[in-house]
Write a protein that binds this ligand. Structure first.
Ligand SMILES: Nc1nc2c(ncn2[C@@H]2O[C@H](COP(=O)(O)OP(=O)(O)OP(=O)(O)O)[C@@H](O)[C@H]2O)c(=O)[nH]1
Ligand SMILES: [Mg+2]
Length: 401
């Protein structure tokens, strides 16, 4: 297996398409060879710019991806695309459509398009998507685009692997724009109004901007761009904006971020209490973590409001992940929570924990807890943690045979 994995690694690093393809199948199936591949390429990651494209079914994602491929290729970049097919591999509607739309580009050596079927198993899919991104990254693709249908939580799960998240918004979504607002507002780095040749495009653009203006945290306002992917009009502006982000090295400094995300996903997946409360990791970086929770029956107190203990647990989980993001164990020794606003059933809460200061043994962390709906402040938390100089046993990966 050792020589085998060394030759797979060399094949991937040399961009051998057949070996890349086989490696993807292995990591997708999560078989024994997947471990060998993961560890063989672990030191060759963090160079590519990973772009997540999400939005409603039929919204124009694949057409946009196709236009992006063309423009990036003209600029001399290589591009890999991962199209997540939410339907079964048998009906395969989206995959078939994508093959037709992106088909002509598959023959180009600088382009690699791969569909992954979700098979109704989100956790596994999110993990294998991260692994497939790593394979393409190790293979030297400059840009890796992940297309997912924004039909639920899956897009958030999968786009957390991206450095840049584009949320596409075709004209005339009507009330669906509210759904975008609730689900993916927090993750979008930019909104793209697709099909700008259609009559309602300007209205959709205005609605998105007014929705963004409502946010109380305006430190980074995601831009709203308009384009017609079928003709390529507006694509240059998007590509310029994307390349300005890539140059800033989102992923260079976050080669670490990528592995922190993986590590913390692993930690939260074995945290039984987090599972009981329905907590989900949204994003993470060294020293910070963002976790979300939807308030449901089991979180309610006797006044029919979200229990303070549930809010504390959400904040504590985000804080715990943030201070465990260095791979060693640390634990809370003191924590305070102030709740400023009652929370109703059905609301989504987001807890963003970040490091204020750190010495070898002691860290100070803050957590902002907000409503995802309008970014309003719900609670603030402060905690002091103690760092042990011991690797976290939950993070020890199975050995390669
Ligand atoms: N008028 C117009 N139609 C477009 C544009 N972009 C895409 N379309 C059409 O919209 C339809 C859906 O486009 P896709 O790119 O397949 O959309 P998608 O979001 O990838 O769809 P799924 O992957 O099936 O969810 C196709 O018929 C496209 O030709 C555009 O800029 N203008
Ligand atoms: Mg598509």
């Amino acid at each position: 297996m050792k020589n085998d994995s060394a030759s797979i690694r060399d094949g991937i690093l040399n961009g051998d398409r057949r070996i890349i393809s086989r490696a993807i199948t292995s990591v997708e199936n999560g078989n024994e060879r997947a471990y060998a591949i993961r560890s063989a390429i672990a030191n060759h990651l963090g160079r590519a710019h990973v772009i997540g494209v999400t939005g409603p079914p039929g919204g124009g994602k694949s057409t946009l991806v196709s236009a992006l491929i063309r423009t990036l290729r003209l600029r001399g970049q290589t591009v890999a695309v991962i199209a997540i097919d939410p339907s079964s591999p048998i009906t395969g509607g989206a995959v078939l459509g994508d093959r037709i739309r992106m088909g002509s580009q598959q023959a180009d050596e600088g382009v690699f398009i791969r569909s992954l079927a979700s098979r109704g198993h989100l956790g596994g899919l999110a993990r294998s998507t991260g692994d497939v991104i790593d394979v393409f990254d190790a293979a030297g693709f400059d840009t890796i685009i992940v297309e997912t249908v924004g039909a639920g939580q899956s897009e958030v799960e999968i786009t957390k692997f991206a450095d840049t998240r584009l949320v596409i918004c075709p004209p005339g979504l009507g009330d669906d724009i509210q759904a975008i607002k609730a689900g993916v507002l927090e993750i979008a780095d930019a909104f793209v109004v697709t099909k700008a040749d259609l009559p309602d495009a300007n209205r959709t653009h205005r609605e998105l901007e007014s929705m963004l203006a409502l946010r109380s945290n305006k430190s980074v306002v995601p831009p709203v761009l308009q384009l017609i992917a079928t003709t390529g009009q507006g694509i240059e502006v998007l590509v310029e904006w994307l390349s300005s982000r890539a140059q800033r090295g989102t992923r260079h400094c976050s080669g670490g971020t990528q592995s922190v995300l993986k590590m913390l996903s692993q930690l939260i997946s074995v945290d039984q209490y987090a599972r009981l409360l329905g907590l989900e990791l949204v994003t993470a970086a060294p020293g910070s973590a963002t976790v979300r929770m939807q308030v449901i029956d089991q979180h309610m107190n006797f006044n029919d409001r979200c229990h303070g203990g549930a809010i504390f647990s959400l904040g504590d989980t985000a804080l715990g992940l943030a201070c465990n993001s260095y791979g060693t164990i640390s634990s809370l020794i003191d924590g305070q929570l102030s709740i400023v606003s009652a929370v109703e059933k059905g609301e989504w809460l987001l807890a963003h924990a970040f490091e204020v200061s750190r010495t070898r043994k002691i860290g100070s962390y803050r957590v902002d807890i907000t409503r995802m709906r309008d970014n309003s402040h719900v609670a603030g938390m402060h905690g002091t943690v103690y760092f042990l100089d011991k690797p976290n046993p939950a993070l020890i990966t199975p050995s390669v045979k």
